[in-house]
Design a protein around this ligand. Structure first.
Ligand SMILES: O=C(O)CCC(=O)C(=O)O
Ligand SMILES: [Fe+2]
Length: 395
């Protein structure tokens, strides 16, 4: 396991309710935000208005996660990474809804599904939380854009954002051994705002040296993280924050987050102001929803679990396979059929067997090297060099 450090991410105070753009205080905060994101892709935003909502939100989440598994399972969605995700055996349980800034969505997709008889206080509490987090999220977004001189994109980004609200519970691991609640990943968001609702810690981020830092956020603060979509939109000028949740002890952890994501149909595209001879465009424009549907291994797996489908296995082991032969044509037919049906297939290829162990040993040797040795890279060439922060797990 990688090393740890006791260092802390910066805490930036957003509690002043009269904060105005262009004021000296605004400019100071803007500077601090940019500095923190450059260093960590993350910071703690203290925001006193959160304090009075924290307990009601915690109660609402306890009520929700205490519902029978079968009831929670009624929250379904045909879109990737939505609705209820949990199982009776796993530690992590989550329920979410899109466009939570529209209170009716919370009511319709969560409350009415979970409590057909109604639960007004649940809807109201989550709607208030969403509004609070959203206000802060927009302030921070504006500051980041201003710090690049790109504030003219504010409306476009806000209008194309899906404010995804996710409630999370990490069950008690009942062990003093650190147990993975969520594996290391970067969020696919523009920005993520997280609030840990009880005193059970667990969120960690990885710094530039590859060390894990425990977050320990205070009760009046949001953890703010820059997501992959924003990092791409910014042509890599800021990096997304690599993080995970480790649990230990015998208490459950509750958290809730507002995940500001580019909505389906919106093309995330580096603005022309960030591209010139010295800074070529590093990323192709992409539609996040389409990307998730196509590439997320988690989603592909979930899709197959849900449909009970069997992935095609096509056998390429015949070393004498000849172009144009009958066998060739049969395989060609199978490949086309599998791709049309599932977008992917398993190719069995016996020649791989003897190499597999050797490659495994080589990789072990490689990744066991010290972080500093691995980190010899050109940071401006995407997907070359060492990538500790690429999506191994998508949220
Ligand atoms: O629960 C937390 O504090 C972190 C959750 C998280 O990283 C995620 O849902 O993407
Ligand atoms: Fe995350």
């Amino acid at each position: 396991m990688s090393s740890r450090t006791g260092a802390k991410v910066p805490v930036i105070d957003f509690s002043n309710q009269n904060l105005k753009p262009s004021s000296p205080e605004w400019d100071l905060l803007k500077f601090q935000v940019r500095e923190a994101l450059e260093e960590y892709g993350c910071f703690e935003a203290s925001f006193d208005q959160l304090l009075e909502l924290r307990q009601p939100v915690l109660e609402a989440l306890k009520q929700l996660f205490d519902l029978p598994f079968q009831t929670k399972q009624l929250c379904v969605s045909d879109k990737p990474l939505r609705a209820y995700h949990g199982s009776q055996s796993r530690l992590y349980d989550s329920i979410s809804t899109d466009d939570a800034h529209i209170a009716e969505n919370i009511e319709q997709y969560l409350t009415t599904t979970l409590w057909p008889q109604g639960n007004i206080s649940f809807s109201k509490t989550l709607a208030s939380f969403t509004q609070l987090a959203l206000g802060l999220e927009k302030t921070i977004l504006r500051m980041i854009l201003e710090s690049f001189g790109l504030e003219k994109y504010m409306d476009e980004l806000v209008d194309s954002t899906n404010n995804h609200l996710r409630a999370m519970k990490y069950g008690r691991p009942n062990t003093s051994e650190p147990t993975l609640g969520i594996p290391q990943h970067c969020d696919n968001t523009i920005l993520t705002l997280l609030s840990q609702l009880n005193e059970v810690q667990g969120l960690e981020i990885q710094n530039k040296n590859g060390e894990w830092m425990n977050l320990n956020p205070s009760p009046n603060s949001f953890v703010v993280m820059l997501g992959e979509s924003f990092s791409i939109w910014l042509n890599g000028r800021l990096s997304s924050c690599y993080h995970r949740v480790l649990m230990e002890g015998n208490e459950a952890r509750y958290s809730i987050g507002l995940f500001a994501r580019p909505r389906g149909g919106y093309l995330v595209k580096v603005p022309k102001e960030l591209v010139d001879d010295k800074n070529p465009m590093l990323f192709k424009p992409f539609d996040l929803e389409e990307f998730l549907r196509t590439y997320s291994p988690q989603i592909v797996q979930e899709r197959d679990n849900i449909s009970g489908a069997k992935v095609s296995v096509i056998d390429f082991s015949n070393q004498n396979l000849k172009l144009g032969s009958l066998e060739w044509d049969l395989l060609k037919f199978q490949v086309r059929g599998a791709l049309e049906e599932y977008d992917y297939f398993k190719a069995s290829f016996d020649q791989l067997l003897e190499l597999r162990q050797l490659v495994l040993e080589a990789l072990k040797k490689l990744f066991d090297l010290p972080f500093q040795t691995k980190k010899v890279e050109n940071p401006f060439v995407p997907m070359l060099g060492v990538h500790q922060d690429c999506k191994r797990h998508i949220h």
